[in-house]
Design a protein around this ligand. Structure first.
Ligand SMILES: Nc1ncnc2c1ncn2[C@@H]1O[C@H](COP(=O)(O)OP(=O)(O)OP(=O)(O)O)[C@@H](O)[C@H]1O
Ligand SMILES: [Mg+2]
Length: 470
C-alpha cells in the first residue's frame, strides 16, 4: 500500500508495543516468507479523520462530543489505513469482523501520545517547539522556512497544536527530516509542560506573552500565562537554547530555568534586534540584523518583524547561510486569514480574522492606522476566551483604535464601542454580521481601507461571503 519499498517508519509489531497495546490481526500468514512480509508491514503517519486518511496511515478513532471515531473504523480501512488504534471497551462491537489490524488500548488519546513520543525518540534530528500567545503559526512557518534552506524540515500543519495535534505532527516525522518545528498551544495551566513532555524538544521558542486565553483554567493573569509559557524553558536540558521574544514578564518567569535564553526583539537587551527599520506599508518592512544581508519582509506590520527576528535568532544559532536565510524570509507570504491584503470593489481589505486577542488586535490596528487611504474602517468582532475580563479588554481595544472609524459587532460590541467613543472616534455598532455586510458593501470603494479582525470562533468571514457572491 505504501508508495515506496523502503521499510515503514513503524512496523506493526513495534506499533503495538510503542502504543502500549495489543496487536490484533485476523490472521498472521503461516508460510515463513509471507509471514516475514506481513511483519514488515507498518504505518507511516496517523490521522484522526477517516474522510481524509491517506493510504498507509494509522487511524486513531477519538471519542468526541458528537460522535465516536470507532464508528468509522471500516471506512478508514477502506481508504487505506494500515492499522487502527481501538479502545478495548469499543472492541466487542468489532469482534470477529475486524476490518484490519487493530491495536487494542486502554485509552486512545494516551496511546497516541505514547506512540508519538516513542516515535519521536527514535528520530535523530533537532526538534524545536514553538509556543506563545500570538504569532506561533507565523513564526513556526518562518523558522521552518529558514531551516529548510539547509535540509528537509517537518512542521506542524494547520493548527495541529494540542494534545492530539502535537502527537499527530510527531508521527509524521521521517528519517529524511533533519529538523522539526512543532507548535504547542495551551488553553489551560499545565498544558505546555504536558505537550513538551510528548514532543521532547531540544530547543524552544516563546514568541510573546499576551492576554489570550485569560479565561482558561488557572490562567487568570498575564504573569500566570508567562509562567505557563516558561514551562517550555524548564522542559529543556541545561544549556539548550530557548529563543524568547523580549519582555519583562517572560524574563521574570524564566528566572530559574537552566536552558540558554536567547532574546530577540526591539529593545537594547535583545541579542537579535533590528536596525534601520523601514515600514513599507503594503510592501511589508525592510530592516537590518547583524550578520545578515538587509532583509525585506513582505509580511505586513511591525509584529511580523518580531516573528522574523525569531527566525533569524534560530538561523544564527544553527549557523545557516545568511544569504539563503534572507532569501527565504523575502519569499514568505501570509497564511490565509492572517493579515492578508485583498482588494474588493477597489477598496483594500486587511483580512485578519483568523484570530484575535488584545495584543494582536492592537498590532493590527497599528497597521491599519499607518495604511494609506482616505477612509479607514476597523471592523472588530468578538475576542473570545477572555473570561471575566472580556468587557474591560474589549473597551481597551476600542480605545486603541487610531485614525479610523470603528465598526463593532458581536456580544461585546457595546464595550468596544464605549472605548472608542471615549477616544472621540466615529463608531457604529451592528446587531449582527448580516447588517454589517450590508453597510460594508456600501462603503467599499477606492480609497477605503478596511481591517477585519476577530477570533476564529466569531467567523467574521461571513461578512465578506455575501459581498463576494453578489
Ligand atoms: N508577534 C506578534 N505579536 C502580536 N500579534 C501577532 C504577532 N504575530 C502574529 N500576530 C497576530 O496574531 C494573530 C494570529 O497569528 P498566528 O496564527 O501566527 O498566531 P498563533 O499564535 O499561531 O494563533 P493560534 O493560537 O490560533 O494558534 C494574527 O492575527 C496576527 O496578525
Ligand atoms: Mg497557530
Amino acid at each position: 500500500m505504501r508508495a515506496t519499498d523502503a521499510p515503514p517508519m513503524i512496523p506493526l509489531p513495534q506499533l503495538a508495543q510503542m502504543a502500549g497495546g495489543d496487536l490484533l490481526v485476523r490472521e498472521v500468514p503461516k508460510h515463513p516468507s509471507a509471514r516475514e512480509a506481513f511483519l514488515r508491514e507498518g504505518v507511516e503517519g496517523a490521522s484522526i479523520d477517516s474522510r481524509t486518511i491517506r493510504p498507509g496511515e494509522l487511524f486513531v478513532p477519538l471519542a468526541g462530543r458528537n460522535t465516536d471515531g470507532h464508528r468509522f473504523l471500516e471506512e478508514a480501512f477502506t481508504r487505506g489505513a494500515a492499522a487502527a488504534l481501538c479502545d478495548r471497551l469499543a472492541y466487542p462491537a468489532w469482534r470477529g469482523r475486524e476490518p484490519g489490524p487493530l491495536v487494542l488500548v486502554e485509552d486512545v488519546t494516551a496511546a497516541l501520545q505514547r506512540l508519538a513520543n516513542r516515535h519521536r525518540r527514535s528520530w535523530q534530528g533537532l526538534l524545536l517547539a514553538v509556543t506563545g500567545s500570538s504569532g506561533k503559526t507565523t513564526t513556526k512557518n518562518l523558522v521552518a522556512a529558514v531551516l529548510e534552506t539547509r535540509a528537509p524540515v517537518l512542521k506542524t500543519e494547520g493548527n495541529r497544536n494540542n494534545h492530539w495535534g502535537v502527537p499527530l505532527t510527531l508521527l509524521a516525522l521521517r528519517a529524511e527530516h533533519q529538523a522539526a518545528v512543532v507548535e504547542l498551544a495551551m488553553s489551560g495551566a499545565g498544558e505546555i509542560a504536558a505537550l513538551a513532555a510528548i514532543a521532547g524538544p531540544q530547543a524552544g521558542l516563546i514568541t510573546n506573552v499576551g492576554r489570550a486565553h485569560l479565561g482558561g483554567p488557572g490562567l487568570g493573569s498575564a504573569a500566570a500565562i508567562a509562567r505557563e509559557k516558561a514551562a517550555l524553558g524548564f522542559a529543556l536540558a541545561p544549556g539548550e537554547p530557548l529563543f524568547v521574544g523580549d519582555g519583562p514578564l517572560l524574563r521574570a518567569a524564566l528566572g530559574k530555568a537552566r536552558c540558554r535564553v536567547i532574546r530577540f526583539g526591539f529593545s537594547r537587551a535583545a541579542e537579535v534586534r533590528p536596525s534601520r527599520i523601514e515600514d513599507l506599508g503594503p510592501d511589508g518592512s525592510r530592516f537590518e540584523v547583524e550578520g545578515f544581508p538587509p532583509i525585506h519582509l513582505r509580511l505586513i506590520g511591525r509584529h511580523q518583524v518580531m516573528n522574523a527576528l525569531a527566525a533569524l535568532a534560530v538561523a544564527r544559532e544553527v549557523r545557516l547561510d545568511p544569504e539563503a536565510v534572507t532569501a527565504a524570509l523575502a519569499a514568505a507570504r501570509p497564511v490565509a486569514g492572517r493579515m492578508e491584503v485583498r482588494t474588493l470593489r477597489g477598496a483594500v481589505l486587511l483580512v485578519d480574522y483568523y484570530n484575535a486577542n488584545p495584543e494582536s488586535t492592537r498590532a493590527a490596528l497599528g497597521t491599519l492606522a499607518g495604511w494609506p487611504g482616505r477612509r479607514r474602517i476597523a471592523v472588530l468582532g468578538e475576542m473570545l476566551e477572555l473570561g471575566t475580563q472580556a468587557a474591560r479588554l474589549h473597551r481597551e481595544v476600542g480605545a486603541a483604535v487610531r485614525g479610523a472609524e470603528l465598526w463593532a459587532v458581536g456580544p461585546h460590541a457595546p464595550d468596544t464601542a464605549a472605548g472608542a467613543k471615549r477616544a472621540g472616534l466615529r463608531v457604529r455598532v451592528f446587531a449582527d454580521k448580516a447588517a454589517l455586510a450590508v453597510a460594508l458593501e456600501a462603503a467599499l470603494e477606492p480609497g477605503t481601507v478596511v481591517l477585519l479582525k476577530a477570533s476564529r470562533g466569531a467567523a467574521l468571514e461571513d461578512v465578506l461571503a455575501p459581498i463576494q457572491e453578489a
